[in-house]
Design a protein around this ligand. Structure first.
Ligand SMILES: [Zn+2]
Length: 292
């Protein structure tokens, strides 16, 4: 796989200050599926990198069942608890329930503290009544629903957040915006009154990605807060969803979102080059802090 150039980011960014707090528990590293790209190594290396940059780390607690039931059906919650929700990429085992609840709890803490949740499993492919795409419960949706504010969700993961769009499709307080490739899960090809999508084709690179994001942001409703599904698998070397983006592009994405001048929290989604994930997150958070 993959050329990796972490040295470049380290040299460019070491002199810059850490910004948002990071919500993280090393417990999320305690499960692994052999050969699965959603590996503990990606979060382990990212956490180590962000610690070296001086970020403050805060431990989350697991969410309650009530937190899950705001966005998921009782049947879905019970299937994940029993480990009986079959999906090829998202194996259902009873022990996953506790890991998934801790990731939801971290997203809620991130929302309450305007911080960045660095946890696994990701969540944006989990809908009201389904899991998929490595997602069991929808972390960001659970946090947005708990706070109950008018919210713009911006999802720049290389995949469409079909679960998040599904959960908020009838909610007038939430607008979902996503920029993604045309691969998995094959949704997000059209826009509607409560969601804005742009499905890009191939390795478009930084310039097209940023212009497309700017165009989508120009037509969003007024909200009280910004929730970011921060996925980094559109990165140039990513094996799953590359759109040819550089690490500097994530800095520019952060700057565009900072321009909205809204209270903001972020939840990690994808990003499957373990060595690149920390530098990409740091680049993004520095941009988000850049309100000049
Ligand atoms: Zn993704």
């Amino acid at each position: 796989m993959a050329r990796i150039r972490p040295w470049l980011s380290e040299r460019l960014l070491l002199t810059r200050q850490a910004t948002m707090d990071v919500i993280h528990s090393p417990k999320c590293l305690e499960y692994e599926l052999q050969g699965h790209p959603e590996s503990p190594q990606r979060i382990r290396l990212a956490a180590d990198y962000l610690r070296r940059q001086g970020y403050t780390f805060i431990e989350p607690v697991a969410c309650s069942e009530e937190d899950l039931l705001r966005v998921h059906t009782r049947e879905h919650v019970d299937r994940i608890r029993r480990g009986s929700a079959f999906e090829l990429d998202t194996p259902s085992r009873p022990e996953m329930y506790a890991f998934a609840c801790l990731a939801v709890g971290a997203a809620i803490t991130a929302a309450e503290r305007q911080a960045f949740s660095l946890m696994r499993p990701p969540g944006h492919h989990a809908g009201r009544d389904f899991n998929g795409g490595f997602s069991y419960f929808n972390n960001i949706a659970s946090a947005v629903a708990k706070l109950g504010r008018r919210t713009l969700i911006v999802d720049f993961d290389g995949h469409h957040g079909n679960g998040t769009q599904d959960i908020f499709r009838d909610d007038p307080k939430v607008h979902y915006l996503s920029l993604h490739g045309r691969g998995f899960p094959g949704t997000g090809l059209t826009s509607g009154s409560r969601y804005s999508n742009n499905a890009l084709f191939g390795q478009v690179g930084d310039s097209v990605f940023l212009k497309s994001l700017e165009a989508l942001l120009a037509h969003t409703p007024q909200t009280e807060q910004l929730a970011v599904s921060a996925g980094f698998d559109a990165y140039v070397d990513d094996p799953l969803a590359s759109l040819g983006l550089s690490q500097d592009c994530y800095h520019q994405v952060g700057r565009l979102l900072a321009g909205l001048r809204l209270p903001t929290f972020c939840v990690l989604e994808g990003g499957y080059v373990p060595e690149a994930l920390g530098p990409s997150i740091h680049s993004f958070l520095l941009g988000l802090n850049d309100t000049a």
